[in-house]
Design a binder for this molecule. Sequence first.
Ligand SMILES: Nc1nc2c(ncn2[C@@H]2O[C@H](COP(=O)(O)OP(=O)(O)OP(=O)(O)O)[C@@H](O)[C@H]2O)c(=O)[nH]1
Ligand SMILES: [Mg+2]
Length: 402
Amino acid sequence: MSLQHTPHANRLHVGIFGKVNSGKSTLLNGLTKQSVAIVSDKEGTTTDPVYKAMELHGVGPVVFIDTAGFGDLSELGEKRMEKTKLAALKSDIAIIVFADEDIEEGKTWYHTFKSQQTKTILLINDKGTNRVGKIELAIRSFSEDMILVVDAQKEDGIEKVRQAILRNIPEAFDPESITKGLVKQGDVVVLVMPQDIQAPKGRLILPQVQTLRDLLDKKAIAVSCTTDMFAQTIASLHKEPDLIICDSQVFKTVYEQKPKASKLTSFSVLFADYKGDISTYVEGAKAIDTLHKNSKVLIAEACSHAPLTEDIGREKIPRMLKQKFGESLQVDVVSGNNFPEKLTDYDLIIHCGACMFNRKYVLSRIAKAVADGVPMTNYGITIAHLQGILHNISLPSEVQHD
Ligand SMILES: Nc1nc2c(ncn2[C@@H]2O[C@H](COP(=O)(O)OP(=O)(O)OP(=O)(O)O)[C@@H](O)[C@H]2O)c(=O)[nH]1
Ligand SMILES: [Mg+2]
């Protein structure tokens, strides 16, 4: 896949964390071989996180995130720390940079990363101040992990960091196939993609593009149509397709018209597994049946696009829920990186397919929902459940239905 065509969301996210002035931005510039971030001896030089996408030799497409330093005591320090926390939730690998013996905050972050199952690289930036031994000793008070000692200004130091990244790529990151066991070589797959007002002009949306690519990689035969052409498309084939993948919004129409032998799924259901955890989402959908007129539902959308009429998250799903449980049911919608700190007020969270987020970040949201005891599901699973056809939908991974 070429660099331009690898969306941020599918790249390995490597976050750089550490005290102010420890050399985080120097490290980023070294890794990217460009002057991406401002470097200076003034503490608190980096304010907003800097996201830089690039192709890292031997690793592939990555996004580096340079963050504001710990110990930024300015008025905006707290707000900056919020952004650093978000960067931390997105990081598949966290590099913690130490440049002196004041390791307290680094230690706290280290434990946070470990609790989030984030791969962590402990790095001492050797600025030539003869403090390496003392810093090492300080780090040993809280971790037995390997410590990387580098000079971030030197090429061989950067090379050591690249190799450490390579060693720390999490197993779960390796982008799995989207369609998984649902499709094998030679299968005929019909993609039903309504090009309505929601569709971007002249383009296909990311889940459709990525699924199509997945099918081509698998040497499947992909046939695309709009909903109104579905019956005609099926009639044009000399055998029933092995699988039909539709937009969840037309689940019912497609289900009613499809050949019996063809399996049916949706882009959103595929993404439930590719970006999140389908077992949690299928389990979470059961909570839909326990909703009542005073329930509170949170809808979380990854895109922060201006909503159009008939928006699935803002209009269609809320309408379906209110029709079933009463107009007084409360639906809150959040978008982009906004996600409430407190989830316990909600009876259910319904997430979009999250094609714009990396998997690590979606899993962090799921972990938060689980920790807060709030069921979580996604758009496609919700629609299939509300229409009573979830049991007839093919899921990309095994899930216990009961
Ligand atoms: N000698 C030497 N100086 C370094 C090294 N790395 C960084 N510096 C210097 O340390 C200072 C701080 O470097 P930055 O890269 O801006 O540090 P930072 O961690 O991004 O700092 P904040 O953005 O303020 O949190 C600069 O003056 C750098 O030139 C190094 O490996 N060796
Ligand atoms: Mg900086």
